[in-house]
Design a protein around this ligand. Sequence first.
Ligand code: SF4
Ligand code: SF4
Length: 143
Amino acid sequence: MYTRIYVLRFPQEIIDQPIICHLVKRFDVEFNILQAAIDLREEGMMVIELMGHEENVGRAVSYLREQQVSVDRLAASIRRDEDRCFQCGACTGICPTGALGIERPAMAVRFDPELCTGCGLCVPVCPVRAMEVSLRRTMQRFG
Ligand code: SF4
Ligand code: SF4
């Protein structure tokens, strides 16, 4: 199943509308809200996992943008600290999407942010914590 994690930002005018509920009925996608911070007087932020056929997830994202919701891939918040990484390869076995893989014949560990879903599985397996998730920093301003 195609899975992507997004950071959504809702402007104050649409915070009280059931936009997320429409995703299931209209686009046949499942969702999992990983984190949410909503203040009815200001904008809201939500980290959401969307699952379904790739085309349907894409249509759901387009719908969210049409509703004036700002949509960013969480993958953009994940990075590898190239100074720390010593190319051990321990993370490649656990990455479910192939975003981390070994390039032959050089045996270098490649990280492709485009393939990363932001699942975070690689973070605890890295012995030097080279994979960094900056989600906490993103949510900080909502306390
Ligand atoms: S967070 Fe790590 S394990 Fe998960 S998809 Fe991205 S690179 Fe792979
Ligand atoms: S587990 Fe950590 S150090 Fe090893 S290749 Fe992956 S990111 Fe680099």
